[in-house]
Design a protein around this ligand. Structure first.
Ligand SMILES: *[C@@H]1O[C@H](CO)[C@@H](O)[C@H](O)[C@H]1NC(C)=O
Length: 179
């Protein structure tokens, strides 16, 4: 319960960048396509308190998956209130042995606030973190998926990664690429 309340309050104080320098807020109109500057603003008369509250980020994610990790984003596509404000957060859970695949964010900077653990949870309990971004819609590229979840011929991937044939084919199978 604490998390959503904290986040709701933050939105009232942080208003900077892009649309927000002209308007106090620019709640995303998700019915219109996204552009380079984010989503179009909903008409102010249609904006409600609910646009600035996002409870989902207060609910633990499901780590029963192949990387044993769960990310719950509060980004503009799901939390329309952050659109245009230049901020967003995500909740991360890493089960024991869970990993955050090596990745890059296209553009934004990220602040990691770990409660415990690192990129790989080598501990004995669930690790949790809150990630904060200086973008309302931070995009991510996961390196293992970029390299192996594709249809490039394995030969090309082998040459560019210096990995051998069997290893590349194994990774392609695990991550959903084709040989
Ligand atoms: C978590 O995900 C797994 C795999 O998709 C699913 O079987 C399980 O029911 C989910 N658990 C919850 C609590 O949603």
């Amino acid at each position: 319960m604490f998390l959503p309340i904290l986040f709701t309050i933050s939105l009232l104080f942080f208003s900077s960048s892009t649309h927000a320098s002209v308007f106090d807020f620019c709640v995303a109109d998700l019915s219109l396509p996204i552009g380079p500057a984010g989503y179009s603003c909903k008409k102010p008369a249609k904006v409600t308190v609910d646009d600035f509250v996002y409870h989902t980020v207060g609910i633990p994610g499901n780590t029963s998956n192949f990387i044993k990790a769960a990310v719950t984003p509060a980004f503009a596509p799901t939390f329309s209130g952050v659109n245009g404000l230049g901020i967003s957060i995500a909740r991360l859970e890493l089960a024991v042995d869970g990993v955050v695949p090596i990745h890059t964010h296209l553009g934004p900077q990220k602040l990691f606030m770990w409660w415990k653990a690192q990129y790989f949870n080598c501990g004995k309990t669930l690790a949790k973190a809150i990630l904060s971004f200086n973008s309302p819609n931070p995009r991510v590229q996961l390196l293992p998926f970029a390299l192996f979840a594709n249809n490039l011929p394995s030969e090309i991937v082998e040459k560019t990664t210096f990995l051998d044939d069997s290893r590349v084919k194994k990774l392609k199978r695990v991550l959903g690429g084709t040989d």
